[in-house]
Design a protein around this ligand. Structure first.
Ligand SMILES: [Zn+2]
Length: 500
């Protein structure tokens, strides 16, 4: 190893330690911190992240990266070290382009904007939030101006969350997805609705936690390198791949929320636990994108967790935990109930069949705002029109409409698309795994997920950031991003669920 590489690895290792410390502090904020600690914690995280940033954007790091690129010219561009240098150079270029004064201004705007959003949502008043959103749109346009012009200005925002994926890529898959998903929802609405009343009665919370733990263990979650706690909003966080933490919550009379929430977050956690140990303290040792992350949580939650083979294995155990609620409910009735489709106003409560429509609506509005085709003041009306068009619903107020998500209040533009990309990629991976493992469904019905996890480990988890999302999909499936597998999965599954 060259002296330049040695030195770079020392610097990146220390930066990785700081980033993990910040992640641990942020976990603590959600799980154990008393409310009074919020300000102190905010300062601590701010300082740790600032130190990490300052250690990275030095001229020395720039020189090391240049030297390593020159030294390695003509070498294998796909070697771990070549990729490490390329990914680090990409991060470095991004970090240097955005002036520190801009980052500070954005942080100030963010805190005011978030407070305004909380207040606006509580009073269902878009006018309270409107000036803050307008400032954020201006800020995002300025952010875009720091980068070389892309084919579409939104590309620069998307690249933050989904490196290498463009607005044109997203618009192409959405164009395939939108009409068929809308048609499917309309078709299902003509069928008699499924009875799921037995899923909206009290269930013992401790028994739900115990059952969820059984499922998460069966998935392959390594408890010696992870833990599960309670928090108001479920999430997963990796403090390196040897300490991966998930949280869940119990919603009274909604037993599935804890079960599927745990499975979803464990799907994220398996990804983090599976990143190659050799990458632990440098730029490749993290998830490659939010879309790939979501493909893992969605694969486990929906393709596995809402499937019939999965429940043919786990349902008897669930019935034993809850004889009063489920003793008289046969498997088929349970399976149909957990797959009930009901268009609703709120994204986070949306079922698998309607979820993408919520996401597409937001992404389309974001693109229109960034292009300047849509003015912020016209956003609530544009929202209502799209909701009516896609889901046949009109929100009665702005709290359950345009103000429902936190993302815009914290300036997270370019984020929403990753939810739908995750869904699409989950089905592509599922098909690729099934083609390589014809016993996929019988294994699942035996509660055996070892082959699935091993396949995901090599295809998706271990490479970390070595490959961008498009490369992960290409290597796993032999093709590009494609909406067709997900559409076919939805259409076949839900026509069958609603035929019974
Ligand atoms: Zn997720």
């Amino acid at each position: 190893m060259s002296a330049a590489l040695d030195r770079l690895l020392v610097i990146l290792g220390e930066i990785a330690d700081l980033q993990k410390s910040a992640a641990l502090l942020e976990w603590d904020e959600q799980v154990y911190m008393p409310p009074g600690g919020a300000e102190t914690h905010g300062q601590m995280v701010g300082t740790v992240r600032k130190l990490a940033h300052e250690m990275f954007v030095t001229d020395e790091v720039g020189r090391l990266l240049e030297q390593l690129a020159t030294d390695d010219a003509g070498g294998d561009p796909d070697s771990d070290m070549a990729r490490l240098v390329a990914v680090t150079a990409r991060d470095y270029d991004k970090a240097r382009r955005v002036p520190a004064s801009f980052v500070a201004e954005q942080a100030r705007i963010l805190s005011a904007s978030q407070q305004a959003w909380f207040q606006a949502r509580a009073t269902s008043s878009f006018a309270t939030f409107q000036p803050h959103l307008e400032r954020f749109i201006e800020l995002k346009q300025r952010y875009i101006s720091f980068f070389p012009p892309a084919a579409h200005p939104y590309d620069t925002l998307l690249d933050e969350f989904e490196p290498g994926t463009t607005t044109a890529d997203v618009q192409a898959v959405f164009a395939t997805l939108r009409p068929r998903q809308v048609a499917l929802i309309r078709e299902l609405a003509q069928r008699p609705q499924i009875d799921d009343t037995f899923l909206h009665v009290p269930y013992d919370e401790d028994a739900l936690w115990a059952f969820s733990r059984t499922v998460v263990t069966a998935m392959g979650f390594d408890w010696t390198r992870g833990r599960q706690d309670r928090s108001a909003h479920p999430f997963a966080t990796g403090i390196g791949s040897n300490d991966v933490r998930i949280t869940s919550r119990h919603v009274p009379k909604e037993p599935l929320s804890l079960i599927f929430g745990s499975v979803h977050e464990a799907g994220h956690a398996l990804y983090e636990q599976g990143i190659a140990p050799a990458f632990a303290r440098h730029s490749l040792g993290a998830a490659t994108s939010l879309g790939i992350h979501e493909s893992q949580s969605r694969l486990w939650e929906n393709l596995v967790g809402r499937s019939r083979p999965f429940w043919s294995h786990f349902y008897p155990a669930l019935q034993q935990h809850f004889p009063a609620q489920l003793g008289g409910v046969p498997l088929d009735r349970f399976y149909r109930a957990i797959n009930r489709v009901q268009p609703s106003l709120i994204r986070v409560e949306a079922d698998e069949a309607t979820y993408n429509l919520h996401v597409m609506l937001r992404v389309e509005l974001e693109i229109a705002l960034i292009e300047g085709r849509l003015q912020v003041r016209d956003l609530p009306e544009a929202w209502r029109a799209a909701m009516q068009d896609y889901l046949g619903l009109t929100p009665p107020d702005e709290a359950t409409g345009v103000l429902q998500d936190i993302h815009w209040s914290i300036g997270a533009f370019g984020y929403f698309a990753t939810y739908t990309l995750g869904n699409l990629i989950s089905a592509q991976l599922w098909n690729a795994f099934g083609a390589a493992h014809p016993s996929r469904d019988t294994d699942m019905a035996a509660g055996d997920f070892s082959a699935l996890l091993a396949w995901l480990r090599t295809t998706v988890h271990a490479p970390g950031r070595k490959y961008v999302p498009k490369e992960i999909v290409q290597r796993a499936t032999g093709g590009g991003l494609d909406a067709e597998p997900y559409l076919r999965y939805l259409e076949e599954k839900y026509r069958a669920v609603y035929a019974g």
